[in-house]
Design a protein around this ligand. Structure first.
Ligand code: COI
Length: 389
Protein backbone atom coordinates (compact mmCIF):
# COMPACT_ATOMS: atom_id res chain seq x y z
CA UNK A 1 0.00 0.00 0.00
CA UNK A 2 1.42 3.38 -0.99
CA UNK A 3 0.90 6.17 1.49
CA UNK A 4 1.71 9.83 1.62
CA UNK A 5 3.95 10.75 4.53
CA UNK A 6 2.82 12.99 7.39
CA UNK A 7 5.08 15.78 8.41
CA UNK A 8 8.42 14.15 9.13
CA UNK A 9 9.52 17.11 11.17
CA UNK A 10 6.50 16.83 13.40
CA UNK A 11 7.42 13.22 14.12
CA UNK A 12 10.88 14.27 15.20
CA UNK A 13 9.40 16.98 17.42
CA UNK A 14 6.54 15.09 18.94
CA UNK A 15 8.06 11.70 19.57
CA UNK A 16 8.81 11.03 23.20
CA UNK A 17 11.80 9.16 21.93
CA UNK A 18 12.99 12.23 20.11
CA UNK A 19 13.16 14.06 23.39
CA UNK A 20 15.66 11.45 24.57
CA UNK A 21 17.78 11.42 21.52
CA UNK A 22 17.11 14.45 19.34
CA UNK A 23 20.44 15.80 18.20
CA UNK A 24 21.73 17.51 15.13
CA UNK A 25 24.70 16.14 13.23
CA UNK A 26 27.25 18.80 13.87
CA UNK A 27 30.74 17.49 14.16
CA UNK A 28 32.74 18.61 17.09
CA UNK A 29 36.37 19.03 16.23
CA UNK A 30 39.06 19.23 18.82
CA UNK A 31 42.56 20.48 18.41
CA UNK A 32 44.05 18.45 21.21
CA UNK A 33 47.29 17.00 19.98
CA UNK A 34 47.70 13.25 19.98
CA UNK A 35 49.71 12.21 23.00
CA UNK A 36 52.58 9.79 23.18
CA UNK A 37 51.71 6.15 22.71
CA UNK A 38 54.34 5.33 25.26
CA UNK A 39 52.38 6.87 28.12
CA UNK A 40 50.86 3.91 29.86
CA UNK A 41 48.08 4.59 32.30
CA UNK A 42 46.45 2.10 34.62
CA UNK A 43 42.63 2.26 34.40
CA UNK A 44 42.22 1.93 38.12
CA UNK A 45 44.02 5.21 38.75
CA UNK A 46 41.22 7.01 36.92
CA UNK A 47 38.24 5.38 38.54
CA UNK A 48 36.41 7.89 40.64
CA UNK A 49 38.98 10.61 40.03
CA UNK A 50 37.84 11.96 36.70
CA UNK A 51 34.09 11.90 37.13
CA UNK A 52 33.14 15.31 35.72
CA UNK A 53 31.88 15.87 32.22
CA UNK A 54 34.28 17.02 29.55
CA UNK A 55 33.62 20.73 29.24
CA UNK A 56 34.91 21.48 25.75
CA UNK A 57 31.97 19.83 24.01
CA UNK A 58 28.39 20.84 23.17
CA UNK A 59 26.35 17.92 24.56
CA UNK A 60 23.20 19.23 22.86
CA UNK A 61 24.67 18.96 19.39
CA UNK A 62 26.33 15.58 19.20
CA UNK A 63 26.20 13.89 15.82
CA UNK A 64 28.15 10.84 14.74
CA UNK A 65 31.46 12.61 14.16
CA UNK A 66 34.67 11.60 15.88
CA UNK A 67 35.50 13.46 19.06
CA UNK A 68 38.91 12.22 20.17
CA UNK A 69 38.79 11.14 23.82
CA UNK A 70 41.57 10.63 26.37
CA UNK A 71 42.58 6.98 26.27
CA UNK A 72 42.55 3.90 24.09
CA UNK A 73 43.27 0.29 24.95
CA UNK A 74 45.89 -1.76 23.12
CA UNK A 75 46.76 -5.45 23.30
CA UNK A 76 49.00 -7.35 20.88
CA UNK A 77 49.83 -10.96 20.12
CA UNK A 78 51.67 -13.09 17.58
CA UNK A 79 50.03 -15.21 14.86
CA UNK A 80 50.25 -18.47 16.77
CA UNK A 81 49.89 -16.92 20.17
CA UNK A 82 47.03 -15.85 22.46
CA UNK A 83 46.23 -12.36 23.68
CA UNK A 84 47.52 -11.96 27.23
CA UNK A 85 47.85 -8.49 28.67
CA UNK A 86 46.76 -5.14 27.30
CA UNK A 87 47.07 -1.60 28.54
CA UNK A 88 45.55 1.84 28.29
CA UNK A 89 47.52 4.42 26.35
CA UNK A 90 46.82 8.05 25.64
CA UNK A 91 44.55 8.26 22.57
CA UNK A 92 46.61 9.04 19.50
CA UNK A 93 48.01 7.82 16.23
CA UNK A 94 49.43 4.33 16.05
CA UNK A 95 52.52 3.21 14.19
CA UNK A 96 52.11 0.49 11.55
CA UNK A 97 54.49 -1.09 9.07
CA UNK A 98 53.61 -0.08 5.49
CA UNK A 99 53.37 -3.81 4.84
CA UNK A 100 50.94 -4.51 7.73
CA UNK A 101 48.40 -7.18 6.79
CA UNK A 102 45.48 -4.84 7.47
CA UNK A 103 46.82 -2.14 5.14
CA UNK A 104 47.66 -4.46 2.27
CA UNK A 105 45.09 -7.22 2.43
CA UNK A 106 42.34 -5.82 4.64
CA UNK A 107 42.85 -8.35 7.43
CA UNK A 108 40.75 -6.59 10.04
CA UNK A 109 37.47 -6.58 11.95
CA UNK A 110 35.70 -3.90 13.88
CA UNK A 111 32.92 -3.85 16.43
CA UNK A 112 30.64 -1.16 17.80
CA UNK A 113 28.88 -0.89 21.13
CA UNK A 114 27.76 1.93 23.38
CA UNK A 115 28.24 2.99 26.99
CA UNK A 116 25.43 4.90 28.71
CA UNK A 117 25.11 7.08 31.76
CA UNK A 118 21.94 6.12 33.63
CA UNK A 119 19.63 8.69 35.21
CA UNK A 120 21.10 7.60 38.56
CA UNK A 121 24.67 8.29 37.33
CA UNK A 122 25.56 4.60 37.01
CA UNK A 123 27.55 3.63 33.89
CA UNK A 124 26.54 0.74 31.65
CA UNK A 125 27.64 -1.15 28.57
CA UNK A 126 25.02 -2.79 26.38
CA UNK A 127 25.58 -6.54 25.73
CA UNK A 128 29.36 -6.32 25.19
CA UNK A 129 29.71 -10.11 25.42
CA UNK A 130 27.76 -10.33 22.17
CA UNK A 131 30.33 -8.11 20.46
CA UNK A 132 33.12 -10.29 21.88
CA UNK A 133 31.54 -13.44 20.46
CA UNK A 134 30.90 -11.81 17.10
CA UNK A 135 34.53 -10.71 16.97
CA UNK A 136 35.68 -14.25 17.80
CA UNK A 137 33.55 -15.69 14.97
CA UNK A 138 34.82 -13.01 12.57
CA UNK A 139 38.41 -13.64 13.64
CA UNK A 140 38.10 -17.31 12.71
CA UNK A 141 36.83 -16.31 9.28
CA UNK A 142 39.70 -13.83 8.83
CA UNK A 143 42.44 -16.13 10.25
CA UNK A 144 43.20 -14.01 13.28
CA UNK A 145 43.58 -14.79 16.98
CA UNK A 146 40.97 -12.98 19.07
CA UNK A 147 40.61 -11.82 22.68
CA UNK A 148 38.58 -14.02 25.00
CA UNK A 149 35.15 -12.70 26.00
CA UNK A 150 36.56 -11.78 29.40
CA UNK A 151 39.53 -9.91 27.90
CA UNK A 152 37.26 -8.12 25.45
CA UNK A 153 34.76 -6.98 28.08
CA UNK A 154 37.55 -5.98 30.47
CA UNK A 155 39.19 -3.87 27.73
CA UNK A 156 35.87 -2.14 27.01
CA UNK A 157 35.26 -1.41 30.68
CA UNK A 158 38.75 0.03 31.10
CA UNK A 159 38.38 2.18 28.00
CA UNK A 160 35.00 3.51 29.11
CA UNK A 161 36.12 4.23 32.66
CA UNK A 162 39.26 6.01 31.48
CA UNK A 163 37.10 8.14 29.18
CA UNK A 164 34.12 8.49 31.51
CA UNK A 165 34.07 12.30 31.29
CA UNK A 166 33.15 11.84 27.60
CA UNK A 167 30.00 9.80 28.32
CA UNK A 168 27.17 12.22 27.52
CA UNK A 169 24.64 13.23 30.18
CA UNK A 170 21.55 10.94 30.23
CA UNK A 171 19.38 11.58 27.19
CA UNK A 172 22.07 13.46 25.26
CA UNK A 173 23.72 10.50 23.58
CA UNK A 174 26.19 7.75 24.42
CA UNK A 175 29.85 6.89 24.30
CA UNK A 176 30.35 4.84 21.13
CA UNK A 177 33.01 2.22 21.74
CA UNK A 178 34.92 0.93 18.73
CA UNK A 179 36.99 -2.27 19.20
CA UNK A 180 39.31 -3.14 16.31
CA UNK A 181 41.20 -6.34 15.58
CA UNK A 182 43.81 -5.94 12.88
CA UNK A 183 46.67 -7.82 11.27
CA UNK A 184 49.38 -5.37 12.31
CA UNK A 185 52.43 -7.51 11.43
CA UNK A 186 54.31 -7.01 8.14
CA UNK A 187 53.56 -9.34 5.26
CA UNK A 188 54.22 -9.26 1.53
CA UNK A 189 52.91 -12.51 0.02
CA UNK A 190 49.23 -13.12 0.67
CA UNK A 191 49.02 -14.83 4.08
CA UNK A 192 47.86 -14.07 7.62
CA UNK A 193 49.96 -11.36 9.28
CA UNK A 194 52.58 -12.31 11.85
CA UNK A 195 51.23 -9.99 14.60
CA UNK A 196 47.74 -8.84 15.68
CA UNK A 197 46.57 -5.73 17.50
CA UNK A 198 43.34 -5.42 19.45
CA UNK A 199 42.58 -1.76 19.99
CA UNK A 200 39.59 -0.03 21.61
CA UNK A 201 38.82 3.65 21.28
CA UNK A 202 35.70 5.67 22.05
CA UNK A 203 33.87 8.80 21.01
CA UNK A 204 30.74 10.52 22.36
CA UNK A 205 27.95 10.34 19.79
CA UNK A 206 24.37 11.41 19.17
CA UNK A 207 22.25 10.63 16.14
CA UNK A 208 23.87 8.71 13.30
CA UNK A 209 22.01 10.38 10.47
CA UNK A 210 22.48 14.06 9.75
CA UNK A 211 18.71 14.69 9.79
CA UNK A 212 18.50 13.51 13.39
CA UNK A 213 15.50 11.32 14.10
CA UNK A 214 13.67 12.17 10.85
CA UNK A 215 12.51 9.06 8.95
CA UNK A 216 14.99 7.73 6.41
CA UNK A 217 14.64 7.90 2.65
CA UNK A 218 16.24 4.71 1.33
CA UNK A 219 17.40 3.93 -2.18
CA UNK A 220 17.32 0.30 -3.35
CA UNK A 221 20.60 -0.42 -5.10
CA UNK A 222 20.27 -2.67 -8.15
CA UNK A 223 23.79 -2.40 -9.52
CA UNK A 224 26.11 -3.09 -6.58
CA UNK A 225 25.76 -5.67 -3.82
CA UNK A 226 26.98 -5.44 -0.25
CA UNK A 227 27.73 -9.10 0.13
CA UNK A 228 27.84 -12.37 -1.78
CA UNK A 229 27.29 -16.01 -0.84
CA UNK A 230 30.50 -17.47 0.52
CA UNK A 231 31.86 -13.98 1.18
CA UNK A 232 32.29 -12.32 4.57
CA UNK A 233 29.04 -10.32 4.75
CA UNK A 234 28.04 -12.07 7.96
CA UNK A 235 31.11 -10.92 9.91
CA UNK A 236 32.18 -7.40 10.72
CA UNK A 237 35.15 -7.41 8.38
CA UNK A 238 36.46 -3.97 7.49
CA UNK A 239 36.38 -5.18 3.88
CA UNK A 240 32.56 -5.08 3.86
CA UNK A 241 32.39 -1.34 4.24
CA UNK A 242 34.61 0.45 1.69
CA UNK A 243 32.87 -1.26 -1.25
CA UNK A 244 29.51 0.31 -0.32
CA UNK A 245 30.90 3.84 -0.27
CA UNK A 246 30.28 4.34 -3.97
CA UNK A 247 26.57 3.43 -3.78
CA UNK A 248 26.21 5.34 -0.53
CA UNK A 249 27.82 8.53 -1.86
CA UNK A 250 25.79 8.34 -5.04
CA UNK A 251 22.55 7.92 -3.08
CA UNK A 252 23.42 10.72 -0.64
CA UNK A 253 24.23 13.06 -3.52
CA UNK A 254 20.72 12.37 -4.79
CA UNK A 255 19.21 13.27 -1.42
CA UNK A 256 18.72 9.76 0.02
CA UNK A 257 19.70 8.88 3.57
CA UNK A 258 21.13 5.42 2.86
CA UNK A 259 21.08 2.42 0.53
CA UNK A 260 19.14 -0.83 0.81
CA UNK A 261 20.96 -3.73 -0.87
CA UNK A 262 19.49 -6.75 -2.61
CA UNK A 263 20.89 -10.29 -2.63
CA UNK A 264 23.47 -10.87 -5.33
CA UNK A 265 22.02 -14.17 -6.63
CA UNK A 266 18.37 -13.36 -7.39
CA UNK A 267 18.70 -9.57 -7.11
CA UNK A 268 15.29 -9.72 -5.52
CA UNK A 269 15.55 -10.26 -1.75
CA UNK A 270 16.30 -7.35 0.56
CA UNK A 271 19.42 -7.84 2.66
CA UNK A 272 20.82 -4.94 4.63
CA UNK A 273 21.33 -1.18 4.63
CA UNK A 274 24.96 0.10 4.47
CA UNK A 275 25.21 0.63 8.20
CA UNK A 276 22.29 -1.31 9.68
CA UNK A 277 19.79 -4.19 9.46
CA UNK A 278 16.26 -3.79 8.14
CA UNK A 279 12.80 -4.89 9.36
CA UNK A 280 9.33 -4.72 7.87
CA UNK A 281 6.06 -4.81 9.77
CA UNK A 282 2.74 -6.05 8.41
CA UNK A 283 -0.07 -6.11 10.97
CA UNK A 284 1.33 -8.10 13.92
CA UNK A 285 4.14 -9.77 11.97
CA UNK A 286 7.63 -8.37 12.10
CA UNK A 287 9.98 -9.75 9.43
CA UNK A 288 13.69 -9.35 8.87
CA UNK A 289 16.05 -11.04 6.40
CA UNK A 290 17.42 -14.31 7.79
CA UNK A 291 21.13 -14.28 8.63
CA UNK A 292 22.14 -16.86 6.05
CA UNK A 293 25.78 -15.89 5.52
CA UNK A 294 25.35 -12.57 3.73
CA UNK A 295 23.77 -10.55 6.53
CA UNK A 296 25.37 -9.24 9.68
CA UNK A 297 23.90 -10.65 12.87
CA UNK A 298 23.23 -7.26 14.42
CA UNK A 299 23.09 -7.07 18.21
CA UNK A 300 20.38 -4.40 18.04
CA UNK A 301 18.61 -6.60 15.46
CA UNK A 302 18.64 -9.55 17.87
CA UNK A 303 17.58 -7.36 20.79
CA UNK A 304 14.61 -5.97 18.85
CA UNK A 305 13.57 -9.49 17.88
CA UNK A 306 13.53 -10.44 21.58
CA UNK A 307 11.68 -7.28 22.62
CA UNK A 308 9.10 -7.73 19.84
CA UNK A 309 8.46 -11.35 20.84
CA UNK A 310 8.10 -10.24 24.45
CA UNK A 311 5.47 -7.73 23.28
CA UNK A 312 3.58 -10.55 21.49
CA UNK A 313 4.58 -9.70 17.93
CA UNK A 314 5.16 -12.64 15.61
CA UNK A 315 8.75 -12.40 14.36
CA UNK A 316 9.93 -14.07 11.16
CA UNK A 317 13.52 -14.33 9.94
CA UNK A 318 13.17 -15.24 6.28
CA UNK A 319 13.92 -14.16 2.71
CA UNK A 320 11.94 -10.96 1.98
CA UNK A 321 11.26 -10.18 -1.69
CA UNK A 322 11.61 -6.49 -2.54
CA UNK A 323 7.93 -6.39 -3.66
CA UNK A 324 6.87 -6.88 -0.03
CA UNK A 325 8.05 -3.35 0.67
CA UNK A 326 5.00 -2.14 -1.28
CA UNK A 327 2.66 -3.71 1.18
CA UNK A 328 4.45 -3.05 4.47
CA UNK A 329 2.82 -1.04 7.26
CA UNK A 330 6.24 0.05 8.55
CA UNK A 331 9.85 -0.35 7.55
CA UNK A 332 12.67 0.46 9.93
CA UNK A 333 16.40 0.03 10.40
CA UNK A 334 18.33 -1.17 13.44
CA UNK A 335 21.98 -0.93 14.38
CA UNK A 336 24.27 0.06 17.21
CA UNK A 337 25.22 3.36 15.64
CA UNK A 338 21.79 3.95 14.11
CA UNK A 339 19.62 2.77 17.01
CA UNK A 340 16.19 2.35 15.45
CA UNK A 341 15.38 4.57 12.51
CA UNK A 342 11.91 4.59 10.92
CA UNK A 343 11.88 4.60 7.13
CA UNK A 344 9.74 7.30 5.49
CA UNK A 345 10.27 6.27 1.89
CA UNK A 346 11.97 3.70 -0.30
CA UNK A 347 12.82 4.30 -3.94
CA UNK A 348 13.18 1.25 -6.19
CA UNK A 349 13.67 1.45 -9.94
CA UNK A 350 12.40 5.03 -10.00
CA UNK A 351 9.24 4.34 -7.93
CA UNK A 352 8.94 5.89 -4.50
CA UNK A 353 6.99 4.09 -1.78
CA UNK A 354 6.03 6.24 1.20
CA UNK A 355 5.24 5.02 4.70
CA UNK A 356 3.14 6.58 7.39
CA UNK A 357 5.07 8.51 10.00
CA UNK A 358 3.69 9.27 13.42
CA UNK A 359 4.72 9.01 17.02
CA UNK A 360 2.54 5.87 17.28
CA UNK A 361 4.80 3.73 15.10
CA UNK A 362 5.45 0.23 16.39
CA UNK A 363 9.16 0.69 15.77
CA UNK A 364 9.20 3.70 18.13
CA UNK A 365 7.46 1.61 20.74
CA UNK A 366 10.12 -1.08 20.38
CA UNK A 367 12.86 1.56 20.47
CA UNK A 368 11.44 3.23 23.51
CA UNK A 369 11.57 -0.15 25.31
CA UNK A 370 15.19 -0.65 24.22
CA UNK A 371 16.26 2.88 25.17
CA UNK A 372 14.44 2.54 28.49
CA UNK A 373 16.49 -0.58 29.30
CA UNK A 374 19.71 1.10 28.17
CA UNK A 375 19.03 4.15 30.35
CA UNK A 376 18.07 2.11 33.38
CA UNK A 377 14.48 3.44 33.24
CA UNK A 378 12.91 0.05 32.37
CA UNK A 379 13.80 -3.11 34.26
CA UNK A 380 16.50 -5.08 32.43
CA UNK A 381 14.81 -8.49 32.65
CA UNK A 382 17.10 -9.94 29.98
CA UNK A 383 20.33 -9.06 31.84
CA UNK A 384 21.64 -7.06 28.88
CA UNK A 385 23.24 -4.18 30.75
CA UNK A 386 26.67 -4.53 32.33
CA UNK A 387 27.30 -2.00 35.04
CA UNK A 388 30.85 -0.75 34.84
CA UNK A 389 31.24 1.68 37.68
C1 COI B 1 27.57 0.14 14.17
O1 COI B 1 26.36 0.27 14.12
O2 COI B 1 28.17 0.12 15.26
C2 COI B 1 28.35 -0.05 12.96
O3 COI B 1 29.36 -0.68 13.05
C3 COI B 1 27.96 0.56 11.69
C4 COI B 1 28.99 1.54 11.23
C5 COI B 1 28.88 1.72 9.75
C6 COI B 1 28.87 2.86 11.95
Amino acid sequence: MIRMSDSLASLARSSRLASYISMIGIRYLTTRAASSLQEIIKASSYIGRDDEFANDIDWNNLGFGLTPTDYMYIMKCGRDDEFKQGQLNRYGNIELSPSAGVLNYGQGLFEGTKAYRGEDKRLFLFRPQQNAIRMQIGAQRMCMPSPSTEQFVDALKKTVLANRRWIPPPGKGSLYVRPLLIGSGPILGLAPASEYTFLVFASPVGNYFKDGTAPLNLYVEDEFHRSTRGGAGDVKSITNYAPVLKSLSRARNRGFSDVLYLDSVHKRYIEEVSSCNVFILKRNVLSTPATNGTILEGITRNSIIEIARDLAFQVEERPIPVEELLDADEVFCTGTAVGIAPVGSITYKGNRIEYKTSNQLVCLRLYSRLVGIQRGIIEDKMGWMIEID
